[in-house]
Design a protein around this ligand. Structure first.
Ligand SMILES: Cc1cc2nc3c(=O)[nH]c(=O)nc-3n(C[C@H](O)[C@H](O)[C@H](O)COP(=O)(O)O)c2cc1C
Length: 172
């Protein structure tokens, strides 16, 4: 792609300004979670959902050993949670410390402060050679407390990610 094309792409993505979620998962005795802007519904019948995890992230590494995930939709009140899960890594911080937590039947941590959420079962993991992998999933259940104003990528643009995507262990 040309430099102009790349700039246009970035402008279009900024205009789309997706809502932010926190994805959590667990494997054996390890739990993980990170802030995610790349996510979308991917089928109507049955209802499927995709999230993209950066290969640089601790959450990605734990996700390889798990089939179960929770997606928490953040509201405009949740900037602190966005910072906790998006600007720190589970490698060296316990992101869940001090939070009110529940766990679903698969051991996945649920953030009680975020009642708008999905429970997902991974179907496949697509690695197309880029810096993120796509997890496709079946929606096991969904819960909402009603209408909310989403926290969006533009609201969190000032955060420095706990891991930059270039930090992935295996370079192309
Ligand atoms: C606005 C914003 C959007 C982000 N979107 C994603 C994303 O779509 N997928 C992802 O894996 N990481 C994304 N990140 C980065 C991770 O949330 C961040 O690197 C986090 O600290 C990783 O934590 P972990 O190492 O404990 O998994 C985003 C960060 C920010 C600030």
């Amino acid at each position: 792609m040309t430099d102009d094309g790349a700039e246009a792409f970035d402008t279009l993505m900024a205009a789309a300004d997706p809502p932010l979620i926190v994805v959590t998962t667990a494997a054996a005795d390890e739990q993980a979670g990170c802030l995610v802007g790349f996510h979308v519904q991917s089928s109507i019948t049955p209802r499927h959902y995709c999230v993209w995890l950066s290969k640089a992230n601790h959450t990605y590494r734990v996700s390889l050993r798990s089939k179960s995930f929770a997606v928490h939709f953040l509201t405009s009140e949740d900037l602190e949670l966005a910072e906790r899960f998006g600007a720190h890594s589970g490698e060296d911080t316990d992101k869940f410390a001090g939070l009110d937590l529940d766990h679903d039947e698969y051991g996945v941590p649920l953030l009680e402060a975020c009642p708008n959420r999905l429970s997902l079962e991974r179907i496949s993991l697509l690695d197309d050679g880029s810096d993120h992998v796509c997890l496709t999933s079946r929606v096991r259940s969904a819960h909402t407390s009603g209408d909310f104003t989403p926290l969006r990528v533009s609201d969190a643009a000032h955060l420095d990610p706990g891991h930059e995507s270039e930090e992935r262990a295996i370079q192309p």
